[in-house]
Design a protein around this ligand. Structure first.
Ligand SMILES: Nc1ncnc2c1ncn2[C@@H]1O[C@H](COP(=O)(O)OP(=O)(O)OP(=O)(O)O)[C@@H](O)[C@H]1O
Length: 263
């Protein structure tokens, strides 16, 4: 298989202009099977706009976009506005426009740890439960590309770590490509192969470690993110004498990001 066979989407020199203002300038990016790409950047950096270009919801003002023929995309939006007065169980929510058979529905809910929520009211779910159900909905399309716009929004810190672990597991099992937007590089570290740091253009990109050391990343996010990353990295890069004697302890320790979530 040539490396191009793994390509799902290729953006070449894309620019997007709204009201005579460039929101994206000269962005080139390739998304692959079995690869998690994370978009980070400050508010208004153009992350959602870039996602909307990938989804085909916005036509770029300049540049070219190639999508693998017949590409199935599962999309989890940042926000969903549903009228609370409308009674809506999780089962009904997952059936809207999709009509999965019951086995697929239950298997998918199992995968995201939400099968027990099937008959619950969608409106009464916690932040983490809502995100899991939304993820299930995106997965019901059996996507080759999964697009997640801030998947841990409204979820507490422990829940965020669990959700990122779940996203990693989904990629492992399904070998799909994943494009996600996040504000917390140190939290997504273990769930990311490729980071794109965006501020209306691509400031830097590559392996998370490389990006976190890039001066443009430090300039955009400040030292606190870079230091949080360094602390996280410390868990990964070192073998301490005490832990060398306790390999099981090391194994569980390496998956833990730092407590802080400050941006
Ligand atoms: N349809 C539109 N028309 C005009 N301006 C738009 C439109 N969509 C987005 N913008 C502007 O483009 C800029 C980038 O918006 P975008 O939502 O892509 O940023 P973002 O990086 O996702 O931000 P955030 O992190 O706050 O969600 C913002 O200044 C926004 O106001």
């Amino acid at each position: 298989m040539s490396s191009h066979d793994r390509d799902l989407v290729r953006l070449e020199d894309i620019s997007v202009r709204f009201a005579r203002e460039d929101v994206l300038s000269h962005v080139s990016l390739t998304l692959h099977d079995d690869c998690i790409t994370t978009l980070i950047g400050p508010n208004g950096a153009g992350k959602t706009t870039l996602v909307r270009v990938v989804l085909g919801l916005i036509s770029p003002s300049q540049g070219s976009l190639w999508r693998s023929p017949g590409l199935r995309v599962g999309y989890m939006p940042q926000k969903l506005h549903i009228d609370r007065t409308m009674p809506l169980t999780v089962k009904r929510f997952l059936n809207i426009g999709l009509k999965p058979d019951s086995t697929t529905l239950e298997t998918t809910l199992d995968q995201v740890g939400a099968r027990h929520l099937l008959q619950h009211s969608f409106h009464d779910l916690s932040g983490g439960e809502t995100q899991r159900v939304m993820l299930a909905r995106a997965l019901l399309r059996n996507p080759r590309l999964l697009v997640l716009d801030e998947p841990v929004q409204g979820v507490d810190v422990n829940g965020q770590t669990e959700l990122y672990q779940l996203i990693s597991a989904i990629r492992e099992q399904r070998k799909c490509g994943i494009l996600m937007i996040s504000h917390d590089l140190h939290l997504v570290m273990s769930a990311t192969d490729h980071v794109v740091c965006l501020n209306r253009h691509i400031c830097c990109s590559g392996h998370p470690e490389r990006v976190s050391n890039d001066p443009t990343f430090i300039e955009l996010f400040g030292r606190s993110q870079a230091q949080a990353f360094a602390l996280y990295n410390h868990h990964h890069d070192h073998r301490h004498d005490r832990l060398d004697a306790e390999p099981e302890l090391l194994k569980s320790d390496t998956r833990q990001p730092p407590e802080s979530t400050d941006a």
